[in-house]
Design a protein around this ligand. Structure first.
Ligand SMILES: Nc1ncnc2c1ncn2[C@@H]1O[C@H](COP(=O)(O)OP(=O)(O)O)[C@@H](O)[C@H]1O
Ligand SMILES: [Mg+2]
Length: 486
């Protein structure tokens, strides 16, 4: 029966070492030492053999004698480094000449040893070299992953102050990789996008992001999906299954439409949040989990609590850092930026010539209430690009239902309220943020008229102008246009 191997030993078996030396005794000795440590080895008696080995197979490390009968060790070393700069080479010198060792190191050798050598020294050198190598590879691959993740990161348009504020909160909470987040907002306002951004900007970015929609699965199925199950936990539970909490380990789990979760399961979720442990269905053992939980809801959870559909204790456990996505009608400054963003995306996708919006189309887009929020806007632009082609998108391309309306923004987020960030915060920064809110609120009340707003605030017009510039409030181009038409 083959021996049971530990992971570390498995790794060694995978590692291949080439020994290049013309002395039988040295080769055999080195091979024996390395085999004791379960490394795989290949043997070359001279430079020629070494080069043909290196051409045909890949190695993790090479022991290279500097004095070979045919080609000099340094020559081989340089060839190795040309074709594979990362391959580890340890040179061996029988004459202990320091100069040749230094020359080898300069040419890219990892280390050098003097002959004769001790078995323990060889074992240690090899282990350290391979560990350092694998660490280096891991860092490189993480870097690549991170760059890749950055490249694919979706754009979040935020011209309006309300969205800028959301982004501040997203960035802030991303830093606290353990903190639970509750994202609320109507459907299509960008809750998924915000959850993804929190994950991508956090230290968990290279770990899994698992999204679960609590509304689409029946309660018992959702439970076994989240917690996993042991063999025979219930009828039909074939084999053991790891749940999503475990699958998301060291990453983020996004529980969308949490308001639809059944009360019994809510109690179990509360326990997970409190203990950071889960038990698979039908299991006895508790498994620790390290997962950030982000929940989202498009319904008013306070109403759901009143109606007895949502647990109050769970609500407060989730509500530690609430982020509210304002409806699009409450941030009309975003409409054109979003439209242009989607237009360039779909024009490219469907090879259309659209370059921008006509003024009339802009006005129409901005005077519609967008009950389906950003998602509806995205779909409208997509449909236009499928059906039409032109250089300028005009009102004739827009769907008929896009008529000017008076939008009810009373349900929009209270702009004077913003939650305190978790962890530390600076008073100066908080005052800045509050000032920003105040300025926007007053600008809205003054219908975009800077002089009027300055009077309301009791400050000189120039001071307000300076503040507006400082906050670079795009969408406030001048006094004449009322804010609602921007
Ligand atoms: N600020 C934004 N910038 C760019 N795209 C957005 C923005 N907000 C929402 N979207 C897009 O609108 C669509 C709906 O967003 P989503 O996050 O799925 O909304 P929700 O989860 O609140 O229903 C997605 O295609 C998303 O990419
Ligand atoms: Mg969603």
């Amino acid at each position: 029966m083959p021996p049971v191997l530990r992971a570390q030993e498995m790794a060694k078996i995978m590692e291949k070492i080439l020994i290049v030396d013309d002395e039988d005794f040295i080769r055999e000795n080195l091979e024996r030492i390395l085999k004791e440590e379960r490394y795989r080895t290949a043997i070359a008696k001279n430079g020629e053999e070494a080069l043909s080995f290196l051409k045909e197979a890949s190695f993790d490390l090479v022991f290279l004698d500097l004095r070979l009968p045919d080609i000099s060790g340094i020559e081989i070393l340089k060839k190795i480094k040309e074709s594979d700069p990362d391959l580890l080479v340890i040179v061996m010198t029988g004459y202990a000449s320091v100069e040749s060792a230094v020359e080898a190191l300069k040419s890219g050798a990892y280390d050098y040893i003097k002959k004769p050598f001790k078995a323990d020294v060889i074992k240690l050198i090899v282990r350290l070299a391979l560990e350092a190598q694998s660490l280096k590879r891991e860092i490189l691959s993480l870097k690549k992953q991170r760059e890749g993740a950055r490249g694919n990161r979706p754009v979040i348009i935020s011209k309006s102050l309300a969205m800028k504020e959301v982004l501040i909160q997203v960035r802030e909470v991303a830093k606290h990789a353990e903190t639970t987040v509750l994202i609320t907002g109507e459907t299509g306002t960008g809750k998924d996008l915000a959850a993804r951004a929190i994950h991508d900007l956090s230290s968990r970015a290279n770990r899994p992001f698992i999204e679960v929609n609590c509304a689409t699965l029946p309660a018992n199925l959702l439970e076994s999906e989240l917690f996993g199950h042991e063999t025979g936990a219930f009828t039909g539970a074939r084999g053991r299954k790891i749940g999503l909490f475990e699958a998301a380990s060291t990453g983020t789990i996004f529980l969308d439409e949490i308001g639809e979760m059944e009360l019994g399961l809510q109690a179990k979720l509360l326990r997970v949040l409190e203990d950071k442990k889960i038990r698979r269905l039908g299991g006895t053992q508790l498994h620790e989990i390290d997962v950030r939980i982000i929940a989202a809801s498009n319904q008013d959870l306070r109403e759901a609590i009143k109606a007895g559909r949502f647990r109050e204790d769970l609500f407060y456990r989730l509500h530690i850092v609430p982020i509210h996505m304002p409806p699009l009608r409450a941030r009309p400054q975003d409409i054109l930026a979003l439209s242009n963003h989607f237009l360039s995306e779909y024009a490219k996708k469907f090879s259309r010539n659209f370059e921008g919006l006509s003024r009339e189309a802009e006005v129409l887009l901005q005077s519609y209430c967008w009950p389906g929020n950003v998602r509806e806007l995205r779909h409208v632009v997509e449909r236009i690009c499928i059906m039409h082609d032109a250089k300028v998108l005009g009102p004739e391309h827009l769907p008929k239902e896009l008529t000017p309306q008076v939008c009810d923004t009373t349900l929009a987020a209270d702009p004077m309220h913003f939650p305190l960030p978790p962890g530390g915060f600076k008073l100066d920064e908080m005052i800045e943020r509050f000032t920003l809110h105040l300025v926007v609120e007053v600008m809205q009340r003054a219908e975009g008229n800077i002089s009027k707003a300055a009077k309301l605030l009791g400050i000189p017009r120039g001071t307000l102008r300076y503040k507006l510039d400082k906050f670079s409030l795009e969408g406030y181009p001048g006094e004449k246009k009322p804010i609602s038409s921007l």
